[in-house]
Design a protein around this ligand. Structure first.
Ligand code: ADE
Length: 252
């Protein structure tokens, strides 16, 4: 997969390029990341990329020309000629990033991510260039770079060969719509705090049942909204009802 990022601050991306799984994936050639400073595409003598909004108002907007020019060049360079490229605008007005959105974007062979700055973009970037607009949460960042890094990390995990064990994202929190069950490693006892006996029992069926119940309980208590969309068996539903009424009894 190839991801090109249009940004006025390419140096910010050094934080993720060489480290951990992203660094390894780049080294192995399964993930290519290109950084483009779109200021270089401004034809103006001072390389201006922003301007005042028509009609007045506070703040500056990113101008369309440098961003369209940078995207045109990246597209022309795309070797395969099939234009499956998705152009993703990072913006707090976008579709909220989720496990499903990250997975969907990972199936495109080429993403071009546009990071905004200042007060926003000229609307024509949104209406005539972007194919997607993504937000990482209901808060406003000073620029799209941190949001783009979050998106790259979340998308990269779905690219075959990025995670060591190709199954691991299927076990993630959210993969089946539930939060993950608690996990423990050695030592068996730490500062007087033990590990649930069932995990030491060696009984795999019992361990699996315990984990499922814990995932249901955790989701019910922390993110009950997720239960409405999760894939649950009839047994899961009975467990949730039992846990729910046990919680209610505790409250009374
Ligand atoms: N740019 C500024 N705030 C943002 C957010 N919440 N998500 C994505 N891009 C942004």
């Amino acid at each position: 997969m190839r991801i090109d990022v249009l940004t006025l601050f390419p140096e910010m991306f050094q934080a993720i390029l060489g480290s951990s799984l992203i660094g390894r994936a780049r080294g192995a050639g399964v993930l290519e990341i290109g950084l483009v400073d779109f200021r270089e595409y401004s034809t103006d003598r001072h390389h201006v990329v922003d301007d005042y909004p028509f009609g007045g108002g506070a703040g500056m907007l990113l101008k369309p020309e440098p961003i369209f020019a940078a995207v045109d060049q990246l597209r022309a360079r795309a070797a395969d000629g099939t234009d499956g490229t998705r152009i993703v605008l990072m913006s707090p007005q976008g579709r909220l990033l989720s496990h499903e959105v990250a997975q969907e974007l990972s199936s495109s062979g080429h993403l071009i991510i546009v990071c905004g700055h200042y007060e926003g973009f000229d609307e024509r970037i949104r209406t005539h260039l972007a194919t997607d607009e993504i937000s990482i949460g209901d808060y406003v960042l000073t620029g799209g770079e941190l949001a783009a890094m979050v998106l790259i990390d979340a998308v990269a995990r779905f690219v075959p060969g990025v995670l060591g064990n190709s199954d691991s994202h299927r076990l993630d929190s959210f993969a089946d719509g539930l939060l993950e069950h608690p996990q423990y490693t050695r030592p068996r006892e730490f500062r007087g705090i033990g590990v649930p006996d069932v995990l030491l029992s060696g009984d795999h069926a019992k361990i699996a049942a315990w984990r499922r119940r814990q995932a249901l309980l955790r989701t019910l208590r922390r993110r009950p909204d997720l239960l409405l969309r999760a894939s649950l068996s009839d047994g899961d539903r009975r467990t949730v009802e039992m846990l729910r009424s046990a919680d209610r009894d505790e409250d009374t």
